[in-house]
Design a protein around this ligand. Structure first.
Ligand SMILES: Cc1cc2nc3c(=O)[nH]c(=O)nc-3n(C[C@H](O)[C@H](O)[C@H](O)COP(=O)(O)OP(=O)(O)OC[C@H]3O[C@@H](n4cnc5c(N)ncnc54)[C@H](O)[C@@H]3O)c2cc1C
Length: 400
């Protein structure tokens, strides 16, 4: 594989950098600086998606027939790298990277025509309703039920950890439609056109970092049209497995990891060391940062191989391996961040962290985000399937 820059790529890079340097509003840049999670501040991320969409660049990996820019793999990687170098907020993943690609693969013509343009334009945001209080790793045990009644399903039960349900206008979800046979065989995948159907209640959960990012969702005789079903009734497990490939493996994480390391390096150069000079001169710190940087570079190579069509991307273990490595690197980076900011990371700067806040932050940019980022990133090894379960999946794949 060769994805070294050539003349055309450099011309493309110049076009991208010119746009990324001028198009984002100050609020969008601020949202990028204040992103402490995989999910950037909602309003600014959606506003930024609309700007990118107007340029035709909201979904770099989407095929041209669905409104993507039709970029090569090299162009997509250049775009991701330049994007991250500027610390811009990531676009929210559920619609563009999960339900959108799923519908391209297996949606009906009507579902594609209705939803894909709205997803691309940032007019809709989809929340993911899979997990339940009794069904996380063992997702097939889910019990939120849907009973067919005329042209509708009537849903009863609840979901939990439903990220950004309080901001979304649509939901994709798994429901139990049969209790016969194996538990995987009685599950159906549904698209909900609204999250405010009568009988639906959304209750935000405040996370460790003080932010209400996840939610509980309750369904009490909620009537939804059967036309929202993807795939056949009771075949939702195979639809969900298909979508999980996009959730775990569908993007390159290394450009964002590199940007976090650059932030750490910059801050370390401004931080006095108790042994003289700055923290960046400290040999122990240099060793730890160097190790981390080497591991990120190695992961970058792995991701580049995969996105350039190397057979590794077809390996059934690839999504799990990518998820494992990138989530653990994220956590290591978050630990190093807290080491750099030291005591400056301890004050609760919740107010200053909100976009548009007039509360002046204490310390530099890194001090503002280090602790919330550290706390939020505890969840990276839990969501999208816990790392213990991913290791189990990898082991089983290798044994097969
Ligand atoms: C920040 C965050 C965002 C999330 N967003 C969403 C979302 O948008 N939509 C959604 O539907 N869900 C979401 N989730 C839920 C997430 O998918 C589940 O939390 C996850 O699958 C784990 O399920 P659980 O919490 O029920 O833990 P459990 O399944 O109860 O696991 C508890 C512990 O047991 C271990 N364990 C369980 N089974 C095994 C096994 N077979 N082998 C080894 N170890 C095992 C786990 O690794 C874990 O350490 C989110 C979770 C978090 C934390």
């Amino acid at each position: 594989m060769d994805i070294e820059p050539d003349a055309d790529i450099e011309k493309f890079r110049a076009e991208v950098t010119e746009f990324l340097d001028t198009a984002p509003t100050p609020e969008i840049r601020e949202a990028g600086r204040k992103t402490t999670s995989a999910f950037a501040p909602f309003e600014q991320a959606m506003a930024w998606q609309k700007i990118l969409h107007a340029r035709g660049w909201a979904a770099p990996s989407w095929p041209a027939e669905y409104g993507g820019p039709g970029w090569s793999i090299e162009q997509q990687y250049v775009f991701a790298s330049e994007y991250q170098k500027r610390g811009l907020p990531p676009l929210l993943p559920n619609s563009l990277r999960m339900v959108g690609p799923l519908l391209m693969d297996i949606g009906t013509p009507e579902q594609k025509a209705t939803y894909l343009p709205r997803i691309l334009a940032g007019e809709d945001y989809w929340t993911q309703g899979y997990s339940e209080p009794g069904a996380g790793s063992d997702l097939a045990s889910l019990s939120c039920s849907a009973v067919a009644d005329g042209d509708d399903y009537v849903i009863n039960g609840s979901k939990i950890w439903t990220t950004l349900a309080h901001k979304a206008n649509r939901m994709f979800m798994l429901v139990r439609t049969s209790r016969e046979g194996k538990k995987q065989q009685g599950i159906t995948f549904l698209l909900l056109d609204r999250v405010d159907y009568p009988g639906m209640q959304i209750r935000p959960i405040v996370g460790l970092d003080g932010e209400p990012e996840q939610c509980e969702v309750f369904f009490d005789d909620v009537r939804v049209p059967q036309s929202g079903r993807v795939g056949a009734e009771n075949d939702g497990w195979s639809v969900a497995k298909h979508l999980l490939k996009h959730e775990r493996g569908g993007s390159a994480h290394s450009p964002a990891l590199h940007e976090r390391i650059r932030m750490i390096r910059r801050a370390a150069g401004d931080t006095p060391s108790p042994f003289g000079g700055t923290l960046a001169d400290d040999p122990v710190f240099q060793r730890d940062l160097g190790e981390l940087e080497a591991d990120v570079a190695s992961h970058e190579h792995f991701e580049k191989l995969a996105i350039s069509g190397h057979p590794v991307s077809q390996d059934p273990a690839y999504p799990s391996i990518n998820k494992l490595i990138s989530s653990e690197l994220t956590q290591r980076i978050s630990v190093l961040m807290t080491r750099v900011v030291g005591l400056d990371g301890l004050p609760d700067q919740h107010d200053a962290l909100h976009v548009g806040s007039d509360t002046a932050p204490l310390g530099g940019d890194l001090a503002l985000i280090a602790m919330p980022f550290y706390l939020n990133s505890r969840a990276t090894t839990i969501y999208a399937g816990t790392n213990e379960v991913q290791r189990d999946l990898v082991a089983r794949t290798l044994r097969a």
